[in-house]
Design a protein around this ligand. Structure first.
Ligand SMILES: *[C@@H]1O[C@H](CO)[C@@H](O)[C@H](O)[C@H]1NC(C)=O
Ligand SMILES: *[C@@H]1O[C@H](CO)[C@@H](O)[C@H](O)[C@H]1NC(C)=O
Length: 215
């Protein structure tokens, strides 16, 4: 009996651990009410009687993102920040534009897996598994190809052609979050102590200063 209870307990725990995505809705919708001062995980609900179609709508995903920046790519997010109706629904999306040979630099989404579809061009994509393997899983994608980046893993995309590339990403989170590795490590405010970064990257102070200046 005791072992059965322990087994059920472990089963319940493993089910809990496995559901790392956003919580499920408990009602038809809970449109984010940004005026609310109530602090909850996500956003408090707008009065359902005041909800309108515009709460569930975004316009402009057909527009080219501005890729005039050092990495040559632009993300146009459609998350709960842009569409309040996404609150509690556990989904969101992004349009990615790439200049010729542009890169979406290594980053992770702490709260969501991503499924990416290439609409135009050719992309080199990849993600790296966690310690100790740190195995790179990489592919070349063409128009119509789909690739998955598992939640939390560091990944990137690169346009390998001398023309524009476009992709659409979808997430199982209303707010998957983005941690760009270079920005987090070399561009934190205030800086991570260079003593830490010198040891971590096994390079001298000059290299760390150079990287910190860029981010
Ligand atoms: C928040 O407040 C503004 C200004 O008072 C109002 O126009 C808007 O409709 C309110 N939004 C919600 C979700 O209640
Ligand atoms: C694109 O971004 C660059 C750099 O921020 C800016 O100078 C330029 O005006 C932008 N172009 C458009 C069309 O918005």
């Amino acid at each position: 009996m005791a072992s059965k209870v322990t087994f059920l307990g472990l089963l319940a725990l493993s089910c809990y651990v496995a559901s790392a995505a956003d919580q499920s809705p408990l009602q038809d919708f809970c449109v984010a009410n940004r005026n609310s001062t109530v602090l909850v995980n996500g956003f408090a609900c707008k009065d359902p009687k005041l909800v309108e179609a515009s709460d569930f709508m975004f316009t402009g995903l057909h527009l080219l993102g501005n890729t005039s920046n050092p990495v040559g790519s632009r993300a146009t997010p459609v998350t709960v920040a842009q569409v309040p109706g996404l609150n509690t629904l556990g989904i969101s999306m992004v349009r990615l534009d790439f200049a010729p040979f542009g890169v979406n630099p290594p980053h992770t989404h702490p709260r969501g897996s991503e499924i990416l579809t290439v609409l135009k061009g050719r992309l080199e994509v990849g993600f790296v598994t966690s310690n100790p393997e740190n195995r790179l899983i990489t592919a070349i994608l063409r128009k119509g190809d789909v690739f998955v980046f598992p939640v939390g893993l560091v990944h990137f995309q690169r346009n390998i052609r001398n023309g524009k590339a476009i992709a659409i990403g979808a997430f199982n989170s209303q707010n998957a979050g983005v941690i760009t590795i270079a920005n987090a490590v070399f561009g934190s405010k205030p800086d991570i102590s260079s003593v830490v970064l010198q040891k971590a990257f096994q390079v001298d102070q000059n290299v760390i200063s150079q990287l910190q200046k860029k981010f």
